[in-house]
Design a protein around this ligand. Sequence first.
Ligand SMILES: Cc1cc2nc3c(=O)[nH]c(=O)nc-3n(C[C@H](O)[C@H](O)[C@H](O)COP(=O)(O)OP(=O)(O)OC[C@H]3O[C@@H](n4cnc5c(N)ncnc54)[C@H](O)[C@@H]3O)c2cc1C
Ligand code: FES
Length: 275
Amino acid sequence: MYEIVKSEKLTPDVIKLEIRAPNIARKAKAGQFIMVTPTEHGERIPLTMADFSPENGTVTIAALEVGKTTKELGKMKAGDKVFSLVGPLGLPTHLNQYGNVVSIGGGIGLALMYPVVRAFKQSGNHTINIIGARNEKLLMYEKEINTVSDEFFVCTDDGSKGHHGFVSDILKKLIAENKKIDLVYAVGPIIMMKVIANITKPFNIPTVVSLNPIMVDGTGMCGSCRVIIGGETKFGCVDGPEFDGHKVDFDNLTARNKRYIPEEQISLKRFQEAK
Ligand SMILES: Cc1cc2nc3c(=O)[nH]c(=O)nc-3n(C[C@H](O)[C@H](O)[C@H](O)COP(=O)(O)OP(=O)(O)OC[C@H]3O[C@@H](n4cnc5c(N)ncnc54)[C@H](O)[C@@H]3O)c2cc1C
Ligand code: FES
């Protein structure tokens, strides 16, 4: 059992939990995830670590409440205990002194982006960070990401803050201005990552994306998280979750992530009716 030290709502639908887990916090690296089982008879789901502190012995997760398990997490408060945490899992973000790194995050991807851009900065890169959400109220981690940015852009679909439009507009503008870009990193909705990869491909700008296939064990045994990368089958949990964006079959990932929708709807309905 893992004690929740702090619980906070980042937006009406996003819960942030800081959980005491010293063994995981000591080994965690940017870009890795953990498997979380909120209650004894619950389901295990993958969540990226939005932060980790070896000093405090805690890991932080941020979950968008979309279905039964994330809504279950959304009800948890400081002092409650999470049944099980497994990790850190997945390969950490590959860090290097690339030069100019443009990191792009959207929606819940913003929470996962923060430790990664912090690591890019600590590795000596010039960090250009572009964050976006549907509206100002859904922007997350703005202050934190700004503190590790050399250049920082905010976008909202409705124009309530920053650039009125998509994160991809700013990337297109930087490319049009002949900005030297050595790496693009994108995390967020599948469609956003697909658009970003399509923009950078003709310019041969190396592009890394953080994928979110449906996972069951998170350790390479079940095959649930199969993704197609450059025509080859890879497992998101052990070969990823980060991959070369120019090689990802995004349409296959989109289709596979929809495969349990009827069951997910039944599970959520039963959970809501049982309250
Ligand atoms: C490596 C990895 C890291 C992730 N990190 C985070 C994170 O930090 N924060 C966060 O909020 N979510 C994250 N996700 C997605 C998260 O695991 C799902 O949202 C969660 O499993 C949904 O469970 P549920 O029971 O609440 O909803 P379900 O009832 O299982 O699903 C509800 C809806 O969400 C969609 N969904 C289900 N699983 C996924 C998935 N794996 N990816 C995208 N959509 C999905 C379904 O298609 C459905 O429409 C991550 C996924 C992966 C693979
Ligand atoms: S989640 Fe089972 S193999 Fe990756």
